[in-house]
Ligand binder design. Structure first.
Ligand SMILES: C[S@@+](CC[C@H](N)C(=O)[O-])C[C@H]1O[C@@H](n2cnc3c(N)ncnc32)[C@H](O)[C@@H]1O
Length: 307
């Protein structure tokens, strides 16, 4: 089994790597993007890698490269580390490759996949908090339905939530296949998605790992840690994430409109400007990449330059 890094060349090109620079890989995973960045760095360059998954961290620790500093933490805590290391506003670029690695999806014990039976866990860090199976016991039907609708765009959210709660009156849902079975009762087979559990699994994973909150936090943090001219590159895999990134880039690249005729100096305008980033771009994988790596089909890379 292998995790093929998505949009690798595009990420490297967008980062425009400075050989003595300091880079952050906020989603280290199997180190695919990190290893490539390291190839472009001199002995003075550094990569700070973060992953909340203890298994990703453990396997990353085997990489023997003194230029790589690895941390087992969520990326919303990055500011804590850059402050300790006195690196705020000194980072040359950051890559975030959101979502799950192939190792996480394919390991049935992690409970991420609706195609493999395993404990219904879905935590990126199984050592912290409650598993999805436990959390589901406390979720009210209405809240559950909202999660499925808002995070997964699930048309049958209400019915799925109702059937989950009905099932739980008899017993807790302990495995992925128990959940898949319940979803299949709620979603008509003619529904055009490959597996009717796709959207529910995505929504519950986003919920249990607080993925959208994490994303919003790191976007704001990026403005505090990246230096002027640095590149922020983010790969997302679903519309909720992409919308947050797009809106953040838009909001922070707009200039305050001054009414015609109002006397204002250029310095004053700069001071009042909301513009913190510029040149944001969007890239999707080529057909060739999608053919060799199916996982890349929903990927969108957005990157921008910090001012
Ligand atoms: C798609 S994989 C990254 C793969 C990596 N770019 C590579 O090429 O090997 C995403 C990784 O980010 C981690 N992750 C997701 N959200 C995170 C967060 N908020 N903080 C830290 N790590 C996170 C996951 O545990 C997973 O290992």
């Amino acid at each position: 089994m292998q995790h093929i890094p998505v949009l690798l060349n595009e990420v490297i090109k967008s980062l425009n790597i400075e050989k003595n620079g300091i880079y952050i890989d906020g989603t280290f995973g199997n180190g695919g993007h990190t290893k490539e960045i390291l190839k472009y760095l001199s002995s003075n360059g550094r990569v700070l890698g973060f992953d909340r998954d203890p298994l990703a961290f453990k396997s990353g620790k085997k990489i023997n490269d003194s230029r790589l500093l690895l941390f087992n933490d969520v990326f919303s805590n990055i500011l804590k580390y850059t402050t300790q290391l006195n690196l705020n506003k000194k980072i040359n670029g950051m890559i975030l490759d959101l979502g799950l690695s192939s190792f996480q999806i394919k390991n049935s014990k992690r409970g991420f996949s609706f195609q493999k039976n395993g404990p219904l866990d879905m935590r990126m860090n199984p050592l912290l908090g409650f598993s999805l199976s436990q959390k589901l016991n406390f979720l009210k039907e209405e809240k559950l339905s909202k999660i499925l609708k808002n995070f997964g765009n699930e048309k049958y959210a209400k019915k799925i939530a109702f059937l989950i709660k009905k099932y739980q009156k008899k017993k807790p849902i302990l495995t992925t296949f128990e959940l898949v079975k319940i979803i299949k009762q709620a979603v008509p087979l003619k529904y055009p998605f490959k597996n009717p559990a796709t959207r529910t699994f995505l929504a519950l994973r986003i919920y249990i790992n607080q993925e959208l909150k994490e994303l919003k936090k790191i976007l704001n943090i990026s403005l505090k840690i990246l230096k002027p001219g640095a590149i922020l590159a983010i790969i997302s895999f679903n519309s909720s994430e992409d919308r947050i990134i797009k809106n953040f880039f838009k909001k922070n690249s707009s200039i305050i409109k001054v009414p015609m005729g109002l006397p204002i100096t250029e310095t004053e305008l700069k001071k009042r400007s909301k513009k913190k980033i510029e040149n944001f771009k969007k890239i999707k994988p080529t057909k060739k990449e999608i053919n060799t790596n199916k996982k890349s089909r929903s990927a969108i890379l957005r990157f921008a330059k910090i001012l």
